[in-house]
Structure formats: C-alpha cells, structure tokens
Ligand binder design. Structure first.
Ligand SMILES: NC(=O)c1ccc[n+]([C@@H]2O[C@H](COP(=O)([O-])OP(=O)(O)OC[C@H]3O[C@@H](n4cnc5c(N)ncnc54)[C@H](OP(=O)(O)O)[C@@H]3O)[C@@H](O)[C@H]2O)c1
Length: 353
C-alpha cells in the first residue's frame, strides 16, 4: 500500500496510470472522489492516518507550489512545505515506513554553468526552494529509508493543465497574437508520468538517498514554447523576452538545470529527453483538451459552488460546469470576473471571450 499526499495535484493526476497495479491510498488537502482529506500541517491527523492505514510507502507530494505566494507568505510556505514534511517524516519514523519526498531542482543558486547533480551543494534563492530544502533535511534526519526526489519544471495534468505547457498550448490555438516566453532562465522540463515511473523504479531498488529525476536535456521556457507551437503547427508565434519583462514576487535562479546523474550512474534507468516526453504529453493534452461543442454562454454566478472561484476570464465553460481552461491572460485576476461568454467551439479549438 502506498499512501500519497497531494494526490489531487498535477503529478497526482497521473498516479492511477503509472501505479495501476499498486494499492493506493490517495489524500489531499480537500477530499474529492476517492481522495481522502489529509492536511499534512496537522500533526495529529498525519499520525492518525498513517498509523491507521499502515502503508509500506508514503509518497509525499502535498505542498504549496505557488512560488510567488511562498515569497509573499513566508509562514504559510514553511508550514506547508517544511513543517508539514516534518510531520510526515515523524510519522514514517514512528511506523517504520519508507518515505518518498518530492522536492525541487530549484534548490540551487543557479550560478553553475553545467547542470546540477546530486553531489552539488544547494543554496536556494527564494522562500519556496528554502522551505522545500528544509523539508529535505527533516526527511534525512528522521527517516532512514527515504528517497528525496528533486524534479524540474513539471508538466502534466492533461485536461486540467493550467500551468505553463497547458497555457502556451492553449494560447497557440487562440487568435494569432504573439506569445512571449522567457529565454534567460534555464531548467529541465519534467513530465509527471516519467517522474512517477522513475519513482516506481526507485522504491523497488532500496538505493535510498537523493535523486534528480528530470527529463534529459535543459532549455529555456522559450525553447519549450517553441516546441509546443511546432507540435501544434503554429510556428512563428513565440517571441523570446528577458525575465525582467515579467516582474514576479520570488526571484528565480538563472539555472535550475540538473541531470538524473545518480539514477543513471546506478544503472536504474534512463530519463528520456524532454522533447520526447513533451510530444507524448501534448498528444494526450490535445485529446483531453477537446472542448465540447455544447459550450454555452453562462455567468459566473451560474456556476456550481466551488467552481466559480477557479474560473479565469477566457476559460471555456461547458453546460453544467467548468470545463478545461484554455485561455489565459497574464495579470488578470480571477475575482474581476463578472460574466463569461463562451462561443460554441469545435473540439480542440480555442475559446474566445
Ligand atoms: N510544479 C512544479 O513545477 C514542481 C517542480 C518541482 C517539484 N515539485 C514538487 O512536486 C510535488 C507535486 O507538485 P505538483 O506540480 O503536483 O503540485 P500541485 O499541482 O500544486 O499539487 C500539490 C497538491 O498538494 C496540495 N496541498 C497543499 N498544501 C497541502 C497540505 N498542507 N497538505 C496536503 N496537501 C496539500 C495542494 O492542494 P491545493 O491545490 O488545494 O493547495 C495540491 O493538490 C510538490 O511537492 C512540489 O513541490 C513541483
């Protein structure tokens, strides 16, 4: 039995595909269909659930992943990412459970010209990465049987993808406006499916310790956007810009590029290139993002409770509720939304508001 935290998130959405034969106990902050409520910040709750379920492995992915929110709300970041991981680590220690902790390749200061390996020293430059690194230290201190897995720029989530890849893909399918993408920050795209598959290999290996699990090769966000536009047959839309054009609360290191060095040195496998993984994912995304032609005009107040707050201006809304977000204007606030008009749209086409 594998107990998972943060199972409703982007990586969590691929759990059932990768761990199809495993017995899973999925938890997240909020209960959902077959997902149990577990707030990892609550030590009593964590002890009670892990003591009752008695998993062999805990896969801890629950985290505050909004890097800019972490910078603005430091207490929230350390509670959600560091102290919550302490709770998980102490429970795994008490019940002798193997712990897999998903951390970030963003724990480095970005000054190294080459990709980082597991043998480089972390030196985080923002609150999010600092809080994740503190989580790593708790895991190392209290859980002998642990895997710390540092991932790169995550992509995945299929139809629910509102992050970088989903946004750029949606913008490519929109009107012909240019798409600006940053070309002076570097990292390693990481397909959630490949990350989970490598985690599966690791937990059967007993080679405990720290691993960088990223797709091979490094690039800028601009490179990723170009690849997406090429896949969708919309070349020439993406323009490179420097990060100073997008002032954000949290500083980003120049480079988060890393290598799955230890994983490969130990002969545990190879991570395919980010381009190969991206093509696979975009194929799945395209199928999942097909918007029903029955999309109709609705107002925000007509949305079912809970969904209205998630609505972004430009989202596609199908009859009966919120469908896939397919359009995003940087800087728009969700609560500015008064009414949404959605024109009927063909599958895989853009939503226009
Ligand atoms: N996304 C990336 O680019 C990236 C890169 C490297 C590493 N990682 C790490 O990979 C893991 C999975 O990330 P992801 O991309 O799947 O993120 P995600 O989509 O934000 O999912 C994280 C999930 O954790 C939940 N959560 C937040 N606070 C929690 C708490 N106190 N207790 C239990 N659950 C809580 C979130 O719920 P709410 O949505 O309701 O807050 C969300 O469902 C995280 O540990 C993250 O730090 C992510």
């Amino acid at each position: 039995m594998i107990l998972v935290t943060g199972a409703s998130g982007m990586v969590g959405s691929h759990l059932l595909d990768v761990f199809s034969e495993a017995e899973l106990y999925r938890t997240d902050l909020h209960a959902a269909d077959q997902i149990h409520a577990l707030d990892c910040r609550n030590r009593d709750q964590v002890m009670e659930v892990i003591g009752r379920v008695r998993p062999h492995v805990v896969l801890h992915m629950g985290a505050e992943t909004d890097v800019d929110r972490c910078e603005r709300d430091i207490d929230h970041a350390f509670r959600s990412n560091a102290l919550a991981t302490l709770n998980i680590a102490l429970a795994c220690q008490r019940f002798d459970v193997t712990l897999v902790y998903v951390s970030t390749a963003g724990v480095f200061d970005g000054k190294k010209p080459e990709p980082y390996t597991e043998f480089d020293l972390p030196n985080p430059v923002n609150v999010y990465a600092t809080s994740k690194l503190e989580g790593e230290k708790f895991v190392q201190s209290f859980v002998p049987k642990h895997y710390i897995v540092r991932a790169g720029w995550m992509f995945g989530g299929k139809g629910k993808d509102k992050k970088f890849v989903g946004k750029i893909a949606s913008m490519c399918l929109e009107s012909g406006a240019e798409i600006k993408a940053v070309d002076d920050k570097f990292g390693c795209p990481t397909y959630a499916v490949d990350l989970l598959a490598a985690v599966k290999t690791l937990i059967q290996s007993d080679f405990y310790g720290i691993y960088h699990l990223v797709n091979s090769g490094s690039c800028s966000r601009y490179d990723v956007a170009v690849e997406i536009s090429r896949f969708l047959g919309k070349t020439g839309r993406v323009v490179p810009v420097c990060s100073a054009n997008f002032p954000l609360s949290a500083p980003r290191p120049r480079s988060e590029a890393s290598r799955p060095y230890k994983f490969e040195l130990l002969g545990l496998g190879r991570m395919r290139t980010w381009r190969e993984a991206l093509v696979d994912y975009l194929t799945a995304w395209q199928a999942a993002a097909a918007i029903p032609a029955s999309a109709v005009a609705v107002t925000a107040s007509a949305l079912p409770p809970g969904n209205g707050a998630e609505l972004w201006k430009g989202d596609a809304v199908a009859a009966g509720g919120l469908d896939k977000g397919v359009f995003w204007n940087p800087g728009e606030r969700r609560d500015e939304l008064e009414a949404v008009k959605v024109t009927p749209i063909a599958p895989a086409a853009a939503a226009v508001v």
